[in-house]
Design a protein around this ligand. Structure first.
Ligand code: BYC
Length: 332
């Protein structure tokens, strides 16, 4: 029975069907484009793959606060500072929704964070590059959030209900982020020659890493086939990458900026923009921990987690106090 919200999660997670690798009811639900809900029986591998993807996504959101957080104190005006602070706070919120979505699969947030901190979980390669100038705030908003939208809008139709629903609000916020990045670059591109050059330099550095965000090419993507069959992913890595390129080239033209690819050309027969070859060895190196900022990002994250221990202790003590006061009737 799918969409059944009765019983406790523990009761359903110990259900026999949970250990099975995809029974007829589950496959029929997926084929009918239905949504799997937390208390539904699901194959172990489906659950594990969702935990893997949602956790990586959540980790990316909170690590993604670092490159932009780096510029809050140096934003060029009060307005820019307020916008950037709101954006970085949005990323924290996205992490929160996504960790909560992962928890509906029976994992604990502290376990997921521990896996991130000990290098057993990945996060997006894109956040291992440095933010060298203010124009990087524009390039991240325009390219990184632009890529995120293309990748994440299809996840609003993911077969797992809580992940799909979390993505609706995230995508709306990413859309605002992308526009603010475009606006920063538009201002710089139409400013002084030095500002234009700063905008161009940022685009030159962020273009190729943004294309790598979509993951390895389809023929080197071990998870894609099954994730697409199960409705976790709706499009392949290469399909989404192409969609992003087609969307972004005209926007670069509107900005008066060039993309750093001499082989970029419009293909009349397919109606798509073709890029030069992407250097995927760089992606694999960054994923393996050898990008320019991997060590710094992880050290900062672990430090922030340790410094936040008192907040978690205080919240737990407050919750305990509230629980015992409620049990003794001291709180209505
Ligand atoms: N970086 O079989 P594949 C954001 C891993 S948040 C690192 O194709 P899959 C934003 C992949 O995990 C951006 N690792 O995997 C935030 C897999 O390893 P495991 C994050 C990568 O899952 C703040 C292996 O390589 N977005 O935009 O089918 C501010 C083989 O790959 C990367 C999401 O997480 C990478 N780029 O497809 C601004 C969206 N690419 O797990 C913006 C949700 C691949 O087997 N996730 N790997 O050990 C997805 O859509 C998919 O998980 C991916 C990868 C397309 C990323």
């Amino acid at each position: 029975m799918y969409g059944d919200h009765s019983g406790t999660p523990e009761q359903v997670w110990s259900h026999d069907a949970y250990a099975d690798d995809g029974d007829a009811d589950f496959l029929a639900l997926i084929q009918a484009d239905g949504r799997v809900e937390p208390r539904d029986a699901m194959p172990n591998a489906y659950r594990a793959s969702l935990v893997r993807q949602i956790a990586q996504h959540a980790h990316s959101e909170i690590i993604g606060m670092q490159p932009e957080g780096n510029w809050i104190s140096r934003a060029p005006s009060l307005k820019r500072k307020a916008i950037l602070m709101a954006k970085v706070q949005d990323e924290a919120g996205h992490g929160l929704y996504l960790y909560a979505a992962a928890e509906t699969l029976g994992v604990d947030r502290s376990e997921l964070l521990d896996k991130l901190h000990t290098g057993r979980h990945k996060y997006s390669s894109i956040f291992n590059y440095p933010t060298l100038t203010w124009a990087d705030m524009g390039a991240i908003g325009w390219l990184v959030d632009g890529a995120a939208i293309v990748n994440q809008v299809p996840i609003t139709r993911c077969s797992y209900g809580p992940y799909a629903r979390a993505m609706v609000r995230i995508c709306k916020e990413e859309s605002f982020h992308q526009r603010q990045g475009f606006e920063i670059l538009h201002t710089l591109s139409n400013g002084s020659p030095a500002q234009h050059a700063m905008a161009q330099d940022a685009v030159d550095r962020w273009w190729w890493p943004s294309l790598m965000m979509f993951g390895p090419p389809d023929d080197a993507s071990p998870n894609s086939e099954r994730s697409m069959r199960w409705g976790i992913k709706r499009f392949s890595n290469d399909e989404l990458r192409q969609r992003f390129v087609d969307m972004t080239v005209p926007q670069a033209q509107a900005l008066g900026l060039t993309l750093p690819d001499p082989e970029l050309a419009y293909d009349d027969t397919t109606g798509h923009w073709r890029t030069g070859a992407i250097d995927f060895t760089e992606l694999f190196e960054v994923i393996a921990g050898n990008g320019p900022c991997n060590a710094a990002r992880m050290a900062h994250r672990r430090g922030a987690h340790e410094r936040g221990q008192w907040v978690r202790d205080a919240a737990a003590a407050y919750a305990d106090k509230h629980r015992s006061a409620t049990a003794t009737g001291a709180v209505a």
